[in-house]
Design a protein around this ligand. Sequence first.
Ligand code: MG
Ligand code: MG
Length: 259
Amino acid sequence: MVRPKTEEEIELLRENAVIVSKTLAEVGKHVAPGVTTNELNRVAETFIRDHGAIPSFLGFEGFPAALCMSVNDVVVHGFPSDYVLKEGDIVSVDCGTLYKGYNGDSAYTFPVGEVDAETRKLLDVTKASLYKGIEAAVAGNRTGDIGHAVQSYCESFGFSVVRELEGHGLGKEMHEAPGVPNYGRQGHGARLPEGLVICIEPMICAGGRGVYLAKNGWAVHTADHKKAAHYELTVVVRKGKAEQLSTFDYIEKDGTIKF
Ligand code: MG
Ligand code: MG
């Protein structure tokens, strides 16, 4: 059931969104060649717990870590590991929190050192498509308007949209109705009422959109092993313009990392 949130609930979701946003920034400070994704996971788990929250991914349906760490051709749901990041890699970091009974959920794809021009473009276009989706997340629109905005933008650059995974409502549960696909037709899909809180999360491939599930049952890889990017923000559907709860400002505007 698609249920708008009360303003009191939105305040709790906002507190989660701030913790998640700051956690991603803290992780970003440590992203560098020579660092393992396990080390980044530890940074995040410590930061989340120090802020009184619980890493909601840890133990979720058996997921073994605080963060999803998806490197290069892994689209989402990668396990942190002893893999040592190297110059030119990208790492998609997805972070979830549980705080005061509500959830936070956002993601950012970080370049490791210098990346090639095509990879830089994939990151820029995927992130820009997220903001296109947010522009469409206004009361009275439908989920298809968001999906169409993301898809048409990314495909205009020759990139492709993963169809098997999608954004979602957020509240007491990590995944609530409605599903928010990153593709679709304008005017189709679930209607967006004012006060609905959703996560919009484009998962975009440099090559084809085919994906497969790794043997561990979690990591989603691109079939052609080209890179994929993933950015996610939480927003409140409002009249005229969505309100962002989570933000990349802590990553991009504090001056310690250049993006
Ligand atoms: Mg997420
Ligand atoms: Mg999500």
